[in-house]
Design a protein. Sequence first.
Length: 98
Amino acid sequence: MTMTHELITLAADGLIPGSTPTKIPGLDGPVSKIFGYGLWLLILAGVGGTGFGVYKLAVSDKSRNGGGAEPFKWMGGGVATILLSGSLITILNGIAGG
């Protein structure tokens, strides 16, 4: 468990400057940190999915025979991930009193 905790902490500190998860009452120790950093990394994954969808839309075949729905699936999934993670972070910060 310690190695996983260290890897997530290093990844989150390198990608998101100043990201410190709020300590959740009843979830002390590594579980709270892994859960908090995991939500921040999930937001980054959503941003990546949305960006990939925009890229696929830019380079897609614009003719009638092209599969035009796939970029919107990527963008929709990315935005849904961002909204879900953001709302969970807000709820947890409200519970923790932060």
